[in-house]
Write a protein that binds this ligand. Structure first.
Ligand SMILES: Cc1ncc(COP(=O)(O)O)c(C=O)c1O
Length: 479
């Protein structure tokens, strides 16, 4: 069991000198392999099918997922203490590109890219917030943390993956590969990140968005960043199908998380959590899931840290889904019998309104190998959880409300214990989803009691009237 957060903060830090970085990161390498080569770990022979990261390839020969495989033997030439000290020595620096939480782990991400090709907004290094009041008062958990991945350049964790993908595209274009732009289907956040990083590197970006299914704040981001925006009369799954057809016809690089490069950046959030706990491993990490790339990215980050000796175990992972878009939850509940895509219904957690997740196999692998759990949240549960968390000083997005609902349920059933160190991953900034909060607090949601609504009190511009209202309020707080 991890020690209490308070106790931790008073522990003396070991005074190890920062190691010098490996003489050149070119001694490390990575390549694409079929995802099945990762899952069949009993087979230690090198996979026959592999591709350079400089090739433009998204699927294996049989049409399956790909994964980025690092040369682990080369990384293992250095021990866990070496990597811990190296990563720690880079935090908070402005030295290019290590000021980024992603590129401070460059040797584990894209070891062969030149620093000059990297497109970065110094993403990552996000706040790991001790949710003391929310945990103690509302859940009887004493070691609860929220990893605010949404306090980032474009307001979501997507920046972590997009810096990697766009950097690689930048490199390919400099190598004169015929790429006219980068495209994605999006439930909002991917397009925001893609368009920002592409704009920074002067690369055209093309985004397919489901019409009327994303928030205004999300829609305005790619528009402002100069992307070519197609608002298509379908849902995310429909947009995904179209972008895959388009990118197989035109030299447009596919930026969806089908593309395993993105997950290399996203996995650094897991490494960062360990680093922020001085390399102590939390008991639980709860991640909201839609297309299901991120839950695998977390697994991959934790697993690499264990394999390379930075830590000796990994946390149990929980994937939290909206009940209105819950194909993974249903699959898990069936005892992993048979996967059935669903038609996702409207959810306030709009970025995870996905019925046919591309990374289903990745998610199942991550959950099975981390003794993981899948939970779900109804609309009322996720909105109440968001409102409750906000009332303790957070300002979270509805997806984080889904994750907090999963925590609440697992705490109630006793699966998560009161002193378990638990991290809830907050995937986007609450300011991107203000309309859902406005609807909730003005009780504008059909069939929802909005029991924690806190609407403003209308009062006349009159001292007596203001005093009456205030006295009532103070009396109600005192009782
Ligand atoms: C805010 C937010 N949370 C969660 C997710 C889910 O991530 P994944 O699709 O990798 O499961 C997304 C992805 O679109 C997102 O934008």
């Amino acid at each position: 069991m991890a020690s209490s957060p308070l106790f931790n903060s008073f522990l003396p830090k070991p005074t190890t000198a920062a190691p010098s970085p490996p003489s050149t990161s070119l001694s490390f390498s990575a390549k694409y392999v079929p995802f099945t080569a990762i899952t069949s770990s009993s087979d230690s022979s090198p996979t026959a099918e592999s591709y350079s990261l400089d090739e433009i390839v998204y699927r294996s020969r049989t049409g399956g997922l790909l994964d980025v495989q690092h040369d682990m033997a080369a990384l293992k030439q250095f021990d866990g203490q070496y990597w811990r000290s190296l990563f720690d020595s880079r935090v908070g620096k402005t030295t290019w590109p290590y000021g980024s939480g992603v590129w401070s782990k460059k040797e584990w991400v894209l070891p062969e890219i030149s620093d000059d090709d990297i497109v970065s907004a110094f993403e990552g290094n996000t706040n790991l917030f001790w949710a003391e009041r929310f945990g103690k008062v509302h859940l009887d958990v004493y070691d609860l943390w929220v990893k605010h991945c949404g306090i980032s350049h474009t307001g979501s964790f997507k920046d972590l993956g997009m810096t990697v993908l766009v950097s690689q595209v930048n490199r390919l274009r400099k190598m004169k590969r015929p790429l006219v732009g980068v495209g994605c289907a999006s439930t909002g956040d991917t397009s925001a990140a893609l368009s920002a990083y592409c704009a920074a590197a002067n690369i055209p970006s093309i985004v397919f968005l489901p019409a009327n299914k994303i928030s205004m704040a999300q829609l305005v981001q790619p528009i402002a960043n100069g992307a070519f925006v197609l608002s298509i009369d379908t849902d995310f799954d429909g947009c995904m199908k179209l972008i895959r057809q388009v990118t197989s016809e035109l030299p447009i690089y596919l930026a969806n998380s089908l593309n395993s490069l993105r997950l290399e950046g996203q996995k650094t959030a897991a490494i960062e959590i360990l680093q922020q706990f001085d390399w102590e491993v939390p008991d639980w990490v709860i991640v909201p899931g839609g297309n299901l790339g991120n839950i695998y990215a977390f697994y991959k980050g934790f697993n690499m840290c264990q394999e390379l000796g930075l830590v000796d175990r990994i946390p149990r992972l929980v994937c939290a889904q909206a009940a209105n878009a819950n194909p993974l939850y249903l699959y898990y509940k069936s005892g992993w019998q048979e996967f059935q895509p669903v038609r996702a219904s409207t959810t306030f957690a709009s970025a995870i309104q996905i019925g046919d997740p591309v990374s289903i196999d990745r998610a199942v692998f991550a959950l099975k190998n981390s003794n993981g759990i899948v939970e779900e949240a109804t609309e009322e549960e996720l909105m109440d959880a968001m409102a409750l968390a906000d009332s303790t000083g957070m300002f979270i997005c509805p997806h984080t409300g889904v994750a907090l609902t999963a925590l609440t349920k697992l705490r109630k059933s006793g699966i998560i214990g009161p002193t378990d160190r638990t991290v809830v991953v907050s995937t986007a900034h609450g300011l991107k989803f203000t309309q859902s909060k406005i609807d909730y607090h003005s009780r504008q949601i059909k069939d929802m009691s909005c029991r924690l609504a806190n609407p403003p009190v209308q009062v006349k511009s009159d001292f007596g009237a203001v005093m009456d209202v205030l006295k009532n309020y103070l009396d109600s707080r005192a009782s």
